[in-house]
Design a protein around this ligand. Structure first.
Ligand code: NAD
Ligand code: ZN
Length: 235
């Protein structure tokens, strides 16, 4: 792929980009996320029903992050962010912090972040390290037990959708990396990009659900294919 005619780039990443860092993807072979059904840990209903279980799940995800590091795919995307002279937006569905640890700056976490909390009493959001649990104290208002992980659960509205939608419409190249294409609205970005005249590329271990919407599909591991693609683009 050459950079001819490309100025604005939007990149969408999913759990597959972090797989080689040692973080489990979500629709793995068993369709579970770290042994849990999504309905039990990643919905507002689950949190109302059993906040202890949901907190334990995200506390474990947060603790696990201390033991992993960005891989070559995260690093290549950070290099592209640093060196690309045109517009660039990295939109991640991931709730881990590996893109920012690799150095990406033009980044949106559309599904929130495991290392942030959101107080349901005062509405503030803040950085969170360590366990949260059901008895957490809000650093803004001092309220106890009303802090939840700042994660967009199934049935909730992803963050910054207007800004993302505009960037997808304006992009000359849309690239989807390591996502199954099963979770909307992210799964629909490729169709918007196409409709607005952008070229579309998918990099994934296997064809995603919306694979046929892409002009080009490259199948393989993100840590191998993403650095190669970034080299092509920056050449
Ligand atoms: P997904 O788990 O549904 O799909 C991951 C995709 O990545 C699959 O198509 C798989 O074939 C592919 N893949 C696996 N290993 C790969 C590799 N080494 N290189 C390239 N591709 C690889 O993930 P999703 O589409 O992001 O949707 C999952 C939802 O669950 C998201 O909303 C996300 O917030 C959440 N989630 C986040 C994390 C994380 O933050 N690291 C992990 C699991 C789930
Ligand atoms: Zn508060």
């Amino acid at each position: 792929m050459t950079r001819e005619g490309i100025r604005n780039i939007v990149i969408l990443t999913g759990a597959g980009v972090s797989a080689e860092s040692g973080l489990a993807t979500f629709r793995g072979p068993d369709g579970l996320w770290e042994g849990h059904r999504v309905e039990d840990v990643a919905t507002p209903e689950a949190f109302r029903r059993d906040p202890g279980l949901v907190h334990a799940f995200y506390d474990a995800r947060r603790a696990k992050l201390q033991t992993v590091t960005p891989n070559l795919a995260h690093e290549a995307l950070a290099r592209l962010d640093e060196q690309w002279p045109g517009e660039l937006l990295l939109v991640t569905q991931n709730v881990d912090d590996l893109h920012e640890r690799a150095g990406s700056n033009r980044l949106i976490h559309m599904h929130g972040q495991v290392k942030k909390g959101w107080c349901l009493r005062c509405g503030n959001r803040f950085a969170w390290d360590g366990a949260m649990g059901t008895g957490a104290e809000c650093p803004s208002c001092g309220g106890i037990g009303q802090v939840r992980p700042d994660i967009v659960w199934f049935g909730e509205m992803p963050y910054e959708m207007e800004r993302i939608d505009q960037a997808v419409r304006d992009c000359d190249l849309f690239v989807s990396i390591g996502t199954s294409g099963a979770v909307y609205p992210a799964a629909g970005f490729v169709q918007t990009a196409r409709y607005c005249g952008g070229r579309t590329l998918e990099i994934n271990l296997e064809p995603s659900m919306g694979s046929f919407f892409f002009d080009e599909s490259r199948m393989g591991k993100a840590a191998e294919l993403v650095p190669r693609w970034v080299d092509e683009l920056l050449a």
